[in-house]
Design a protein around this ligand. Structure first.
Ligand SMILES: NC(=O)c1ccc[n+]([C@@H]2O[C@H](COP(=O)([O-])OP(=O)(O)OC[C@H]3O[C@@H](n4cnc5c(N)ncnc54)[C@H](OP(=O)(O)O)[C@@H]3O)[C@@H](O)[C@H]2O)c1
Length: 366
């Protein structure tokens, strides 16, 4: 019996190893494929291999055509998010989803703003000429085709660059604060308040009439004040978990404190929303440790009144519309630190990788 078990385990290991080798070496993408003669060509930024920022490069691809429920959008601006930059590096876990040896999908970034050029047969909500923003992989390109339920109209009060800064970071802040059951009058602390997600989280929490405390480094104290945070804590000078203040909602973009430290500053039935692990700032191992700790904290909090809630951002059109409404009402203004031309996307990536972006980095698409 023991011998049978031993040989079966060995056989399973050999099969798994063979499957992994096969999947790894056959993992490929469309980079080597030519563009059919006569097809329209457009410029797009893509990455054919995983690696350092300079794997990202400008290329020519075939101009996409929209399906029945899609829009063809002439992109005017796109923006970077932590996930876009992480996929390019190709950490082991991401490769299980996005391609083992090479990225399956080679388009870069996902947030865009632009002008509708054409619509599919089943699209009645948008028409050519509409100014829109939304989500679609491969956003740093002259054109993208996007599903109609991933797009909303751009408020006239913001530029294309500002609108392109909104989708993923804005949705992450919105959905996270909703996960934390935000309501008027409560005390909200945003840890990691000066990055893409944090700058939206401060403003959205204020739009809900919460009393907001922003945790940032010295150079970003002024930005947090500009965004109307009621209180600002400089994390290089003070540890928020050592204060006597208690918060109803702790929106944690960094997860750099232990569960017991964070419980200490939560009210007795407060909620800690586990939004992120500090963007590109922590090393790969540290980021992984924070993610694992997030799962464990969330599980352990099931047995206590103070909750630690994890969530994954979804591309909800209704939520995107709510963000668009807040922008139109002047309650939220996307904070863009810098706009790069499309030809300098690599520089934008390098800057993001340093881990101290203020607000969002945008790529202007010409
Ligand atoms: N849950 C989801 O589905 C979801 C979706 C999208 C994004 N995310 C995650 O959300 C996180 C934030 O994304 P992002 O786009 O805002 O990244 P980001 O723009 O790089 O911002 C990271 C922020 O962390 C701050 N920070 C670093 N160390 C800190 C510390 N010790 N104390 C306080 N703040 C610190 C940085 O501020 P300084 O420069 O001042 O240090 C920066 O403001 C990322 O981990 C991302 O993966 C999650």
């Amino acid at each position: 019996m023991k011998r049978i078990l031993k040989w079966s385990a060995l056989a399973i290991l050999v099969v798994l190893f063979a499957w992994f080798e096969f999947a790894y070496w056959t993992s490929s993408n469309d980079c080597g494929r030519g563009i059919p003669t006569g097809a329209q060509r457009i410029k797009a930024v893509r990455f054919c291999d995983y690696g350092a920022p300079d794997v990202v490069h400008m290329d020519e691809i075939e101009k996409p055509a929209p399906a029945e429920d899609q829009l063809l959008v002439r992109v005017r601006a796109a923006s970077l998010n932590a996930i876009d930059v992480a996929i390019v590096r190709g950490p082991a876990l991401a490769r299980l989803l996005f391609g083992l040896r090479k990225p399956k999908f080679t388009g870069f970034a996902r947030d865009f703003a632009g002008v509708v050029e054409a619509v599919g047969k089943k699209v009645t909500e948008f028409k050519p000429g509409d100014e829109v923003f939304g989500l679609k992989g491969g956003a740093v390109a002259q054109y993208v085709y996007a599903r109609k339920d991933r797009v909303v109209m751009k408020p006239a009060s913001v530029t294309f660059e500002e609108a392109a800064a909104v989708p993923l970071a804005g949705l992450t802040a919105w959905q996270g604060l909703k996960t934390g059951k935000i309501h008027a009058g409560e005390k909200v602390l945003v840890n990691g308040a000066s990055g893409g997600v944090g700058t939206f989280a401060i403003q959205i929490a204020k739009a809900f009439n919460a009393e907001v405390t922003a945790v940032v480094s010295t150079r970003n104290v002024e930005i947090a004040r500009q965004l109307a945070a009621d209180h600002v804590i400089d994390y290089t000078k003070e540890d928020f978990t050592k204060r006597s203040e208690r918060y109803d909602l702790l929106y944690d973009n960094v997860m750099n404190h232990s569960m017991s430290e964070r419980r200490r500053v939560l009210t007795s039935d407060g909620i800690c929303v586990l939004a992120g692990f500090g963007g590109a700032a922590p090393s790969g191992t540290e980021a992984m440790a924070r993610i694992v700790r997030g799962f464990s904290d969330s599980f352990r909090s099931r047995f206590s009144a103070q909750k630690f809630e994890r969530y994954t951002t979804t591309a909800s059109q209704a939520d995107l519309q709510s963000l668009s409404d807040l922008i139109a009402q002047g309650k939220v203004k996307p904070f863009v630190e810098k706009t790069y031309p499309m030809s300098e996307t690599v520089e934008a990536l390098r800057y993001f990788n340093a881990g101290h972006t203020r607000g969002k980095l945008v790529i202007a698409v010409d």
